[in-house]
Design a protein around this ligand. Sequence first.
Ligand SMILES: Cc1cc2nc3c(=O)[nH]c(=O)nc-3n(C[C@H](O)[C@H](O)[C@H](O)COP(=O)(O)OP(=O)(O)OC[C@H]3O[C@@H](n4cnc5c(N)ncnc54)[C@H](O)[C@@H]3O)c2cc1C
Length: 410
Amino acid sequence: MGNFMFDLLIVGAGPAGCTLALNLAAKGFQIAIIEKDVFPRNKICGDALSGKVLNVLKRIPGGIYEDFLKQVDKVPSWGIRFLAPNHHAVDIPFLLNRADGQTAPGYVCRRNDFDNFLFERLKEYPNIHIFQGEQVTQVITYPDCIMAKTQNHVFCGKVIAGADGVHSKVRQSLQIARADKEHICLGIRGYYENVTGLHPENFIELIFLKRLLPGYFWIFPSTGNVVNAGFGMMQKKVISGREHLNHILDEIIVNDPVIAPRFSGAKLVGKQEAHTLPLGTYNFNRSGNRFLLLGDAAFLVDPFSGEGIGNAMASGEIAAAILANSFQTNDFSAEGLKTYDRRLQRRFSQEFKTMSVMQRLAGSAWLFNLVVDKARKNKDLRELLTAMFTNDDVREKLTRPGFYARLLFR
Ligand SMILES: Cc1cc2nc3c(=O)[nH]c(=O)nc-3n(C[C@H](O)[C@H](O)[C@H](O)COP(=O)(O)OP(=O)(O)OC[C@H]3O[C@@H](n4cnc5c(N)ncnc54)[C@H](O)[C@@H]3O)c2cc1C
């Protein structure tokens, strides 16, 4: 069994872990990135990359955003189509005005391709040491270091970043609080060929079916005449309904009056696969003595949309800034790393509050129908919903109950 000593151990090479490593790389710290799979690895996801992802990419040094635009297979998306439980639809573009030559505000990009693109960039830095096929099984804190064990090696670092996804071994091993099912959503997706009725500008479709509320069914247009289709549903609802996710997915595709005709000539490519989404409604300490938790390991998924890639990357970016400072002061204590929690709070708490309100609203079919019907007729409301994607002040208003009353009943 080999022993290794590093400045920083990053467990997990998903978007959170890679963003942290790439943001710190140029500073010369010796970084170990320990990943249980071998890239390119499969990742169960809807594959939608929002503006948040693109903004973090733009800030990673080394022209990564430009290379992403040039090199990665993907479909540009210009907006969202919402379908209410009454089957009425409204289209919300991501941008109110589009300049000539403007790049798309969002993309659909298979996670195998996107994650592998980020992973390959790690290899450009001699101080990033990659260990693939190494599953961390235990983490132990000592007074002057922290240790991660895999089957083959013992890794020691001054600090560890748990970017190892929803079932984080780092989180479990350090015995950080366990969330209950109120904060867990389950998602399933499949790739389907020949689905009809897609928006000409690849709007992603969120279809709110009564049986899934506050979750939704999605159809995201992908490359090669294929869509990523699936749904998310709160874990407690799945348990109480005692149904298998793949049965529900098949049933919707075969029988739903709006969805089924669009899938009548469609073929499943590969298999349907399910995974867990840890929602940002669960609040706990994401840092402590010699550790930080990032991305899904830190429960940072948007409770309304299920978006987690952008938040995972944003947490990687914040962690990089905090750790750069910790290495300067050589302070990896719980008190010293507390700033990470504060920065996450500042970045996400308002947004998660807003999105929890939206999640609750989406749980009520009649209210959802009312909003969509109003938006279909009212250009101002449609523009307001567009602004929601770009304007923090508008998002903040969405947490105030009086705002809905004025909006809907004026
Ligand atoms: C069905 C579904 C659909 C989704 N759709 C979307 C979407 O369309 N858009 C969006 O933004 N988000 C979506 N999400 C959420 C998104 O997938 C996650 O939020 C995102 O992947 C989080 O990134 P991460 O880097 O934190 O974790 P991950 O991407 O999960 O990466 C964690 C890495 O850690 C590795 N690892 C795990 N355990 C260990 C260990 N013990 N030792 C070493 N390595 C380990 C894993 O192999 C993995 O590579 C969806 C999720 C699901 C389940």
